[in-house]
Design a binder for this molecule. Sequence first.
Ligand code: C2O
Ligand code: CU
Length: 463
Amino acid sequence: MTPTRRDALKLAGLAGLGAGLPRGLFAAEEIPELAAQVARLQLLPDSYPQTEVWGYGGTIPGREIRVGQGQRLRRRFVNDLPQASSIHWHGIRIDNAMDGVSGLTQDAVAPGGTFDYDFVTPDAGTYWYHAHNRSWEQVARGLHGPLIVEEAGAPDVDREEVLVLDDWLLNPETGQIDDSFDHPMMMSHGGRTGNYVTTNGRYNLSLPVRRHERLRLRLINASNARIFPLKLSGLEGWIVALDGMPLATPAPVEHVLVLGPAQRTDLIVDVLAEEGETADLVHVGDAENFSQVVFTVSGTASQTRRAAPVALPPNPKMDLPDLAGATPLRLVMSGGAMGRMDSAILNGERMAFRELAAAGRFWAFNGVAEMTDTPLADLGLGETVLLEIVNDTVFPHAMHLHGMHFREVSEDGALGPLRDTILVGGRETREIAFTVDNPGDWLFHCHMLGHAASGMTTWVRVT
Ligand code: C2O
Ligand code: CU
């Protein structure tokens, strides 16, 4: 590799400044780099051309980051892209200044620039990091990677696999990423879904396993808008965590498991298929199913089945919110194709749907099609929020709250597991509750990223 100008500067800096400085200060400069780069990779099968992607560390998915729970994570983001960018650490209950939202918690880092991220990871679990400037373009170009926070007292499994599920909209002739990111058709419908589905950057990923082997699978949906309905074949599985947060009791996987954009599911699976056979993580399609991941079985890990797995150790601050006296909030989502939104506010003025569409806005939250200067709600630490989400559109939306996890409140008042992203079906109303415990300005948006860009973004302020 030829040294870049930055390497040269760094070397010069080390040579010039390092000498004579107290050791602590010198060590403070040693922050690992995470560079966003343009790279050409063989994403499609070998007979196709290479694809130009944008990747962290030049790989697809981005380089895995793994830390222990409660540890400090530091990365110097280096922007080697032709576009400004920033990194969001999705699902981490993070210090607000490190949340990586361009235009809200920091300025986007210009091409050639750097930004030092430095934060503590309070919760163990499966998280991910991704670009948060023009994310509907940058994430589609490949800017995302797994962020794994390991618990002390790992579960008793033979091994684990991190599986990043994604899709790509590629031109099959040229092999290049379709760059119609702002196409009204994608923005106003279900979002940008690809024509090439991958796991860890591979179509039809195949992994060798042994019969009766026990694996932990960390599933991450890193796609722009695809909902992955999945089921197990030749495997018996239990859900042990959702969006990073452990379930109190492992839940057997009985039917289809739905993974919305940005959601994660941790599974513990036992290989039941016989030697010489295959087991599959099956992608359930409208017309036909296909194998998302193929597990080829050879050898035997043990002669007998094991007992069902036990729960993962709980994370701190998983207490149930106290709904008595909770602050009620309401978010009505409207717009989209086949919707009934006739007008909404843009640039502070009411505009007809046609004008909004011409300005690239197809959706609104509470009648507003833009991110406003004033938050959806001004909240105080310790407050409990009960938020009703009314989906008055025909499309599903994956609503993500930054900085805090929430629980779904079902109609009978029962509280669901902690999550950071909830998939709300077309014309559905759901209710979530959370205890306000993290100060700062937190984005709340649809993780169908084209939707977020065309009206479905708001925020809350916690003081
Ligand atoms: Cu994973 Cu605001 O995003
Ligand atoms: Cu949406």
